[in-house]
Design a protein around this ligand. Structure first.
Ligand code: NAD
Ligand code: UFG
Length: 351
């Protein structure tokens, strides 16, 4: 299939571009590079060419999704897209609380423009990066797709929930109107993506001090940060620290390839959790990292981080049943690959 990947130079996007090309698809990337580097795509090409020397380039457009004229130009420059995998958006929870307008404008505004340009060019197939954040503080775990939603605790989460609603409505309207070419939409709710491509060529490159656990740990390991603050040691969890469902970014990327097959089958509206189904506490991650890498991670128990939930992990059974997708990597490989990336690229994509 001919796929437009928005945000394809970013962390999850670049790993997905590799898996899409490996699977034989054609890919065009659109990104404004607000949180990414074109270097990621250069390295992705190197990786892909090991298996597919026929791939000469990964076409890239430096474009902001809010720039309608720029998007029109992009669509005009390529053969019709069969599907868009839409990663582009801002994703920092804390920043979204400080800058809500910027989050709504970029994530919701950018997506609305994208959807309009897509439909005007006859492409009504979309795979959307949603998040476990739409479940808020879950009343039960593991979380299934049917669990209560829309109880977000920050503007970032609300943008995801609003966009899920918008996409659901687009699909429903086509169904109701008997549209012969209705929207096919796959909403993928990611749990906690970590790790990097096992080659160490591409990985997560956060700007400044990381907010998320794994990049923080790897920066402690590489000596850029002094120690890890463990946010909360008194949660109602086996060791008192927060529990999450960490998923290897390559497994997550492969979930998109499976979702494409669903789009090709004309799935209508489909929603899937992408997680491992296993919860891991902060201290379990620290110990798994130490074991996988031999590097000690000094840590201190600090106060809880506002907005954090105690425990959140998925039931990934629906994705396995319907998409034939299952996460293959465990926490040891996630830690190994995160460290491989960080130790080979202590400054990320910057030279
Ligand atoms: P990322 O920041 O690495 O990638 C997002 C990409 O979108 C970046 O390359 C950025 O430059 C680009 N971008 C942002 N706004 C844009 C715009 N207006 N026009 C064009 N490009 C734009 O983030 P990621 O971790 O790869 O996340 C990808 C998607 O998955 C995001 O939508 C994110 O909200 C979602 N998600 C991420 C996580 C996570 O923990 N990483 C969890 C759940 C969901
Ligand atoms: N944590 C620490 N110290 C740190 C960073 C994190 O103890 O320096 C803890 C957190 O308190 C939490 C766990 O590590 O218990 C994971 O925190 P992350 O910040 O890595 O991830 P979150 O679960 O808070 O959120 C992430 C993304 C969201 C997404 C969500 C989906 O940042 O965008 O996963 O589950 F919505």
């Amino acid at each position: 299939m001919n796929i437009l990947v928005t945000g394809g130079a970013g962390y999850i996007g670049s790993h997905t571009v590799v898996e899409l090309l490996r699977a034989g698809h054609d890919v065009v990337v659109a990104d404004n590079l607000s949180n990414a580097s074109e270097e990621a795509l250069k390295r992705a090409l190197t990786l892909v060419r090991e298996e597919r020397p026929d791939v000469k380039e990964i076409p890239f457009h430096l474009v902001d999704l809010r720039d309608r004229a720029g998007l029109e130009k992009l669509f005009a420059a390529h053969d019709a897209f069969d599907c868009c995998i839409h990663f582009a958006g801002r994703k920092a929870v804390g920043e979204s609380v400080r800058k809500p307008w910027e989050y709504y404008e970029n994530n919701v505004g950018g997506t609305l423009t994208l959807l309009d340009v897509m439909r005007r060019h006859g492409c009504k197939n979309l795979i959307f990066s949603s998040s476990a954040t739409v479940y808020g503080d879950p009343s039960t775990v593991p979380i299934t797709e049917e669990c209560p939603k829309g109880r977000c605790t920050n503007p970032y989460g609300w943008t995801k929930w609003m966009l899920e609603q918008i996409l659901t409505d687009l699909h429903a309207a086509d169904e109701a109107n008997g549209d012969p070419k209705p929207w096919n939409v796959v909403l993928l709710r990611y749990f906690n993506p970590i790790g990097a491509h096992p080659s160490g060529l591409i990985g997560e490159d956060p700007d400044g001090i990381p907010n998320n656990l794994m990049p923080y740990i790897t920066q402690v390991a590489v000596g850029k940060l002094d120690h890890l603050n463990v946010f909360g040691g008194d949660y109602d969890t086996p060791d008192g620290t927060g529990v999450r469902d960490y998923i290897h970014v390559v497994d997550l990327a492969r979930g998109h390839v499976k979702a494409l097959a669903a789009v090709e089958r004309g799935c209508g509206l489909a929603v899937y959790n992408l997680g491992t189904g296993r919860g891991c506490s902060v201290l379990e991650v620290v110990h798994a990292f130490e074991e996988a890498t031999g590097v000690r991670i000094p840590y201190e128990i600090a106060p809880r981080r506002p907005g954090d939930v105690a425990a959140c992990w998925s039931s990934p059974e629906k994705a396995e049943r319907e998409l034939g997708w299952k996460a293959e990597y465990g926490i040891a490989e996630m830690c190994r690959d995160a460290w491989n990336w960080q130790s080979r690229n202590p400054n990320g994509y910057k030279a």
